[in-house]
Design a protein around this ligand. Sequence first.
Ligand code: SAH
Length: 349
Amino acid sequence: MTKVDLKSMDREELSRFVLSLSQPKFRAKQIADFLRRGVSSFEEMHTLPAALRKILEERAFLNQLTVERKLISRLDGTVKYLFRLMDGECVETVLMRYHHGNTVCISSQVGCRMGCSFCASTIGGKVRDLTPSEMEEQVRMAALDTGERVDNIVVMGIGEPFDNFDNLLKFLYNVNDPERLGIGMRHITVSTCGVIPGIRRLMEEELQLTLAISLHAADSEQRSRIMPVNARYPLPELMDVCREYQRKTGRRMTYEFALISGVNDDSETAKRLAALLKGQLCHVNLIPVNPVKERGFSVPSAERIAQFQAVLEQHRIPATVRRTLGADINASCGQLRRQTKQRGDELAK
Ligand code: SAH
């Protein structure tokens, strides 16, 4: 019999599970309290009868991440974790310190199958999806390890969240539960490369989170050159669904635009981007591309980036250049996991 993942259960599932063990209902609350306090074994649930602890041991497990590597930026205090999952796979999580509080960037999959040409996370393909508890534990572990509050969550680490929709949604509700980490939806951002069915499903939930779209191009042809996902979900359709999403939820959209020298950093592209987003309630995050060794892309000059931003602003499209945090610790997602994997591969040879 496979054991159930207790930390992935929401309140209702936990109640049902406890009832299925012929236990009184209040046990569910007791167990939930222990989980919130971050116990790592059933043994620590000392107010439960020993018989129940034994049953739990047999029927369930407590998902746990261990710190495989941890890097702290000397420049800005950004902390990057490589967490090892229970099956030996690794994912990256980053804690960033902003003036508006601490933001934790979590991974949603081990690897990624979206194939964006500038991204390190997708190089080895997708290994597997993360479970709701593995996503939540990244946040909890970052808080525990630093002893600090987590104010915001961004799902912008390794993986495509909408390629793992059900687990993502469950994680969002669980992490939002005031009896758990209680992170408000307005403090959560989910980023997608443009998987339209996921955007549609999220729209039905009408959550107050921020949806970020990785655009990186101003027309379909340009986008197809760097993002294979554009063949399946072409830019015009993506824009239609984004406008619909914005109308339905009332939330301002975020568009991410990684500026790559000689690929998408020219004023013409900026103008086309402004035309594309005209009339939308949105914000553009300009991200100087993080050069990934295997990819060979380079970052535009500061002047060129400023010029791109200026064109957008001339057209009244709000745009900010994202500050690079943790530049000294390879904080861009996917790079640490790859380094460690390569080292492991070399050792295995
Ligand atoms: N799969 C999701 C979320 C993970 S990637 C998505 O695509 O949105 C988080 C963001 O980092 C995305 O905007 C992604 O395109 C961007 N990104 C990936 N590699 C990058 C790199 N080398 N430099 C700058 N941004 C990068």
